[in-house]
Design a protein around this ligand. Structure first.
Ligand code: ZN
Ligand code: ZN
Length: 410
């Protein structure tokens, strides 16, 4: 990984991703495995005019030791000073960049109950911070960087150093960063393309979407009234443009929490709580998962579906052509940030208020009324395939073929 590319990538995160403003505070969530990128982001953040850059370091191994050795009481009590720190960031209008770098399997063999208790406690304690960012009250962005374990899982047949290089290469390509391009200009162009896709779908205002393929998916997903298809860049409530995900290829909106019926068969594994759920299906009735199964890590799937009332309902439906850059790379990244951009997907758990007109200014009760799903979790899983057919139904009963053989045809 050369310094020029690292700089360019960090600049994309700072300028296109979080779009750090002059005198704004920047928070960076980083694993100890990704310190080089975190450092470069800090530098680019200051160059963009950030008032301060705080790196919130995490280490998956240390977290594992906590699950193993801490008492239940300690695992579930979140100290006041941690909550206060997040409150400070909200008050100060800080923006956020998170570097994803999954250490797959790090929690293998750990009691899933301990992980569940701890993550529920943390989620509850800083729910106000999550709601703040999810409603786009500030700019936030998720990008990724390799670590040796992740790289070796993606490229198991080469020495680890080479695997890390290959994964860097794939991440940078997917993020539109190359030796001799202007990534910022390319991102502006890409954002314009995604915006035109959103517009076509917004103009149709479908009542429901019917997905069917030969893998076994046959499901009707109703959309909330006055839904908004989004994707690419978004506006914060203060009017600052930013890109929540790098890379991104999807256009997504809000399903109705009571309006999903049928069977969905996942086409890629789902990582949750450090475990890979493989070969799974979900059967929905009136929006809720009523039956499910997985060939591997069914317990983890159960943890996800029972995390709270909303985690067995959908919060997102996302469309993208099977013929997409990440899908065409043929690489299974084993990480949602990338794999979700290779395939149509859904998310179990909370919805995004931005996906309905006026949503960001609605109270939780008002959101509930339009069919918004509330949950502590938001977990994307892939169900798209090259054989996916999808028909949209408008409120006046018109049928429109939206997907044929895995690709957009509108
Ligand atoms: Zn998505
Ligand atoms: Zn999602």
């Amino acid at each position: 990984m050369n310094q020029t590319l690292l700089e360019k990538y960090a600049k994309v995160a700072v300028v296109i991703g979080a779009n750090v403003q002059k005198n704004q505070r920047l928070i960076v969530n980083s694993s100890t495995e990704t310190k080089e990128l975190a450092r470069e982001i800090a530098k680019q953040g200051y160059l963009a005019g950030a008032k301060s850059v705080d790196i919130l370091w995490n280490d998956a191994y240390v977290s594992r030791y906590g699950y193993e050795y801490m008492s239940d009481e300690e695992l579930t009590s979140i100290p006041e000073w941690i909550i206060n720190r997040y409150q400070f960031y909200v008050n100060e209008g800080a923006c956020l960049i998170s570097i994803a770098s999954p250490i797959t399997g790090v929690n293998e063999g750990v009691n899933p109950q301990a992980i569940q208790k701890s993550s529920v406690a943390v989620s509850k304690a800083i729910a106000f911070f999550r709601n703040h960012t999810m409603a786009n009250h500030t700019q936030w962005c998720v990008i990724a960087a390799p670590n040796p374990i992740w790289a070796s899982k993606v490229f198991p047949h080469v020495p680890v150093d080479q695997a890390v290089e290959l994964l860097w290469d794939a991440i940078l390509k997917a993020s539109r960063v190359t030796e001799n391009n202007d990534p910022v200009a390319e991102w502006n162009q890409h954002n314009a393309t995604l915006a035109s896709h959103n517009k076509i779908l917004n103009d149709y205002q479908f009542e429901s979407l019917h997905f069917k393929n030969s893998v076994g998916t046959d499901v009707v997903v109703s959309l909330v009234k006055n839904h908004i298809w989004a994707g690419g860049c978004e506006h914060s409530s203060k009017g600052v443009l930013f890109n929540p995900n790098i890379p991104t290829e999807e256009t997504f909106t809000m399903p109705h929490k009571f309006g999903v019926n049928g069977k969905v068969v996942a086409t890629k594994p789902l990582e949750y709580q450090g475990n890979l759920i493989e070969d799974f299906y979900l059967i929905f009735k009136d929006g809720k998962v009523v039956e499910y199964g997985a060939k591997k890590n069914q317990d983890t799937l159960k943890n996800l579906l029972t995390a709270d009332e909303g985690s067995s309902r959908l919060g997102e439906i996302a469309l993208l052509s099977h013929d997409s850059p990440i899908s065409n790379s043929g690489i299974l990244f084993l990480n949602t940030l990338f794999d979700e951009n290779a395939s149509c997907h859904m998310a179990l758990g909370r919805a995004y208020p931005i996906n309905v007109q006026g949503g960001v200014n609605m109270s939780p009760e008002e959101l509930e009324k339009v069919g918004y799903n509330q949950s502590m979790v938001h977990s994307d899983f892939m169900f798209g395939s090259a054989c996916m057919q999808m028909v949209g139904y408008t409120f006046d009963g018109t049928e429109v073929v939206v997907f044929k053989d895995g690709n957009f045809v509108i």
